[in-house]
Design a protein around this ligand. Structure first.
Ligand SMILES: Nc1ncnc2c1ncn2[C@@H]1O[C@H](COP(=O)(O)OP(=O)(O)OP(=O)(O)O)[C@@H](O)[C@H]1O
Ligand SMILES: [Mg+2]
Length: 302
């Protein structure tokens, strides 16, 4: 049995905000989330806007501190480490963001942007050798190394996302969080970027936490999927088990919104409505296995 690369245990994060008339309120953005990612595996994290997907990604990356819970990477509890002790792990875990426009520095040549992590971590040898390395990274993500001297505004959205990915893989990480990396792109470009992720995984043995809205891409790319609702995972398991045999009403509603490519079956598709606002978790709800690693959030009596 191989050990998991990432173990997330009972992660919690609340935000305190001031609301209308200065009244304070608390958002439970992430509320007891647990999951594992094996080396080289892709876990898809899906759920409606505000369900806590990005917060989970930031907590895993250590960009934010949890209120409770643990993030264990390659056997080490990162939440127990000082920022200095965490530094070596920064190399091994990287993140790609949704908006390739915001992620890039507009005044920096894209080659320098991709090279920066190598410089910061003192890797890649001398300047000439580093340039070669960056050229190789450009080729890996499907960009002409001649583009290295250009600025971000000279690129399309899909190309900018490739640049962001090149930077993220510069340090040869074992694990990547991709937070909606294709949502901002044209539909025609989305599949190309998903294919790039798949290609990188095969080449580098990269494990991926793929946060997404588009369930058809998740089905295509991910080995396993976890569905989030209001800060909790309501269903998780092997992708085909969850897609073919969804148990939680929220998962069923999500799946019923996905068009079916077969026109005959598409005609018979019925959308299931789920009232997330009116939904309350059963007080004793826990993820319970319904077989083959397929977990569903259920009360003890259901
Ligand atoms: N820095 C913050 N301060 C206050 N509230 C926040 C903060 N970040 C997130 N939240 C709240 O936490 C909840 C979860 O947000 P999060 O961004 O993790 O959701 P998400 O699933 O990524 O949504 P989306 O699909 O829209 O990206 C939301 O209610 C959000 O408003
Ligand atoms: Mg988000």
């Amino acid at each position: 049995m191989t050990a998991p690369l990432l173990v997330v245990q009972d992660l919690c994060r609340t935000y305190r905000s001031r609301g209308w008339m200065g009244r304070g309120f608390v958002t439970r953005a992430v509320d007891g989330v647990s999951f594992q990612v094996m080396p080289g595996e892709t876990l898809g994290l899906v759920g409606e806007s505000g369900s806590g997907k990005s917060t989970t990604g930031r907590l895993v990356m250590g960009l934010e501190e949890p209120d409770a819970g643990r993030v264990v990477f390659a056997g080490t509890d990162l939440t127990a480490l000082s920022p200095a002790a965490r530094k070596p792990f920064r190399r091994r875990m990287q993140i790609v963001f949704q908006d390739p426009y915001a992620a890039l520095n507009p005044r920096m040549r894209v080659g320098d942007f991709v090279e920066e992590p190598l410089v910061v971590h003192g890797l890649g040898g001398g300047a000439a050798q580093r340039r070669e390395e960056v050229a190789g990274l450009f080729r890996t993500v499907g960009l002409d190394p001649a583009f290295m001297r250009r600025f971000p505004h000279e690129f399309s959205g899909g190309q900018r996302q490739r640049i962001g990915i090149a930077r993220a893989i510069a340090l040869q990480p074992e694990f990547l969080v991709a937070d909606e990396p294709i949502t901002a792109l044209d539909v025609s470009i989305q599949a190309q970027i998903v294919n790039l992720f798949q290609d990188l995984q095969e080449r580098m043995g990269l494990a991926l936490l793929f946060i997404a809205h588009d369930l058809s891409m998740v089905r295509y790319l991910c080995n396993r999927v976890a569905v989030m609702l209001k800060g909790r995972i309501v269903e998780a398991g092997p992708t085909e088990a969850v897609f073919n045999d969804a148990r939680h009403p929220y998962t069923r509603a999500l799946l019923s919104a996905v068009p079916i490519p077969d026109p005959l079956r598409e005609r018979g598709r019925r959308r299931i409505v789920f009232d997330a606002g009116g939904y309350a978790f059963p007080p004793d709800a826990a993820l319970r296995e319904v077989g083959g690693g397929h977990l569903v959030l259920q009360g003890a009596s259901t």
